[in-house]
Design a protein around this ligand. Structure first.
Ligand code: FES
Length: 142
């Protein structure tokens, strides 16, 4: 079977789909390779991600990885969420076919973009090298 049961489950029943009004951080990223878009909304209280929602206009793998990513960061501190890698999301889904790995990059980038937005809105200092600019991100070159 091409896709794991977990991938199929998250694709067919994605968790945390939607929009959060008054989100503390919003991140929107696109995949240059396929044109898919993901938007993630975070509610953050004292540095803890208390709620998260996402909207993905993308393929099944993008939906499954977005869904899993929201589950992995919910209830976590933003500093932990920043460490979330697309690899960890793929592992949590029991893998993705190699030609679909690029889809998982969307979720990692959207989480990072939303946290950066939260930092910017709240005047929180951060290390700018943690957020490589889009043009130089290898995600689009995969
Ligand atoms: Fe675009 Fe999967 S094909 S994110």
């Amino acid at each position: 079977m091409l896709y794991s049961e977990k991938v199929m489950d998250h694709f067919q029943h994605p968790r945390n789909v939607g929009i959060l009004e008054n989100a503390d951080g919003v991140g929107e990223v696109g995949n240059a390779k396929c044109g898919d878009i993901m938007k993630i909304y975070l509610k953050i209280d004292n540095g803890i991600i208390t709620d998260v929602k996402f909207n993905t206009f993308g393929c099944g793998s993008a939906i499954a990885t977005s869904s899993m990513a929201t589950e992995l960061i919910k209830g976590r501190h933003v500093s932990e969420a920043l460490e979330l890698t697309n690899k960890a999301v793929v592992e949590a889904l029991d893998g993705l076919p190699a030609h679909k790995l690029h889809c998982s990059v969307l979720a990692e980038e959207a989480v990072k973009a939303a946290i950066k937005d939260y930092y910017d809105k709240n005047g929180i200092e951060y290390d700018h090298s943690m957020f490589p600019d889009c043009e130089n991100c290898e995600g689009c070159q995969m």
